[in-house]
Design a protein around this ligand. Sequence first.
Ligand code: FMN
Length: 357
Amino acid sequence: MPPLVIWKAGEAALVTEDHLRHYRQTVPGCGLVMVEATAVSPEGRLAATQLGLFEDRQIPGLRRLADTIREAGALPGIQLHHAGGRTDMIKTWGATPLAPSVIPGNEEVRELTESQILRIIDDFATAARRALEAGYELLELHGAHGYLGSQFLSPRTNRRGDRWGGSLENRSRFLHEVIRAVRGVAGNRALVSCRLGVAEAPPAEATPDSPRPPHLQVTEGVDAARRLAAAGLDMIHVSHAGGMSAPSEPEGDPERFRPDPVLQLARPVREAVTVPVIGVSGIVTAEDAEEALTRGYCNLVAIGRGMLADPQWARKVTEGRPEEIERCIHCKPRCFHFKEPEKCPARRKLGIGPPGA
Ligand SMILES: Cc1cc2nc3c(=O)[nH]c(=O)nc-3n(C[C@H](O)[C@H](O)[C@H](O)COP(=O)(O)O)c2cc1C
């Protein structure tokens, strides 16, 4: 089960009964569960209802959640997150958003100073210490989807001229230092993974004269994965760095299995690193999951929207009754679970409310 925010925390970013109910329902049958993106710093919150690991008082609730996951039979992991410039002061409860560079479109954001960068790396390490205290056995660092780790890696959002910007080595430095700091805290007490955005769609300002404005491309993303694995990762969870609209080339067999563009990114990473790779995106059925593994895209598969649509997805598959799954139909333009989960067609058919209800 990949990280899937359900927007149930309040101002203090604490675990609620809704979280416990949701994970209790969804976890049985899963092997590894990544608790949703959890903020390491108050100014890094991506939503006003996101979980947090930036205060000690957040530990007891997260411990109950880890215990719930373990009791349901899976290994509890948690995703450590900082939104960088991809948030606003309502979502951060008044804190000023910080980003590698200020790019047009969000006037509230401030450019990170050297000491703020070092403080955030330290926040990741402190959050890791709290997560270990709460009993998590895998710490996943969010380096995807256009949030802070991604913002440093992408030449589109990182325009810095210091040691944190420019070359790929410099743009990878932030994630590299976060990995080192978290590994230092975790030692061999927990696995450390990074959810890495390996490529991003070309920005909209592309024109026929300038078809390739700076953006993170697959070759650089795979190179970054290789460097970051060597910095101390046990696992890489491959995703995108901010939108992947068109596949470069359709792969697979349209009759049986056609991996989506994000899942396709997992294969070159798997070929470049020696640690296990998690593949995700677009997998709806147990057959898709099996094909992704046997065709060599990845070593582990994660099912996101499929499990939001039918919280018993993993249980039904592992109990040998996959035909009972109420399938996710990939609502367009966006999955209802982001804003109006009660409207998810699959959950409505199953007669269940939003996650945690
Ligand atoms: C409602 C919702 C919440 C999500 N929350 C997170 C999150 O907290 N962290 C993260 O890295 N990705 C998050 N994602 C992305 C999913 O983990 C997953 O990568 C994506 O949905 C593609 O996989 P799928 O096709 O199996 O859903 C979220 C996606 C959805 C639909």
